[in-house]
Design a protein around this ligand. Structure first.
Ligand SMILES: NC(=O)CC[C@H](N)C(=O)O
Length: 223
């Protein structure tokens, strides 16, 4: 199978995402100005500062030509993983619920965080154990996930929160310690921490690899 990793002006984590995906499958970088998804089986919208975070994080990238193809791909049930700025872009595109607000501290925060796996019956977490703790780096200014009460209630009732910050570790003030949330159909998932930076023992954790493995295995199960 092949992952497609999006690149916008200002993206900076696409090569790490490609290298992470290549540990479990093939991966190719896709330029935001094209429309062709080149037959990839899964999409990664990586982290960075697309369009310099101007206007509002992800608000400009969301209108790239390639995003039209990503929205169609997602509507057809294709797996889409948004990491950090990718999560922000997917929220702006209306593919994920809620919005990312500035961190409560109003500071850029860069630290390793523990995430608690809430569900394992998903395309993104099937290689994990329920309740497992994943140690993954987090680095952002605008990572405070928020949804108005009615939407938040719906997201919780549908089991769309797949990862939460471990108690006492929420770095940004996200509502209900939400670190990663899926769409209602379950095929689009976004998280603020960076699994692509936790794939080699050299950097202290390989827990991030489990998300990439999960996507690959969920697709293999459908063949
Ligand atoms: N690491 C990233 O992807 C940065 C995300 C984003 N632009 C922020 O700082 O909020």
């Amino acid at each position: 199978m092949k992952f497609g990793v999006l690149r916008f002006p200002g993206t900076c984590d696409e090569v790490d995402a490609q290298l992470a995906a290549e540990r479990v499958a093939n991966a190719e970088i896709l330029w935001h100005g094209d429309r062709d998804l080149k037959g990839v089986d899964a999409i990664v919208v990586p982290g960075g500062f697309s369009y310099g975070d101007y206007l509002r994080v992800g608000a400009i990238a969301r209108f790239s030509p390639l995003m039209e193809s990503v929205i169609d791909f997602a509507k057809q049930g294709g797996p889409v993983l948004g990491i950090c700025n990718g999560f922000q872009i997917l929220c702006e595109a209306g593919l994920l619920p809620g919005a990312l607000l500035p961190n409560r501290s109003l500071r850029f925060i860069c630290r390793q965080v523990d995430l608690v796996v809430q569900r394992t019956d998903t395309p993104f977490t099937n290689a994990c154990e329920e309740g497992e703790i994943l140690s993954i780096p987090s680095k952002h200014t605008t990572g405070c996930w928020y949804a108005p009460p009615a939407l938040h209630e719906q997201v919780e009732a549908n089991g769309q929160v797949l990862l939460r910050y471990a108690p006492g570790q929420n770095p940004n003030g996200s509502l209900a310690d939400v670190a990663g949330v899926s769409n209602e159909a379950g095929n689009v998932f976004g998280l603020m921490p960076h699994p692509e930076h936790a794939v080699d023992p050299l950097t202290g954790s390989v827990d991030g690899l489990k998300l990439f493995t999960s996507i690959r295995d969920s697709l293999a199960a459908h063949v």
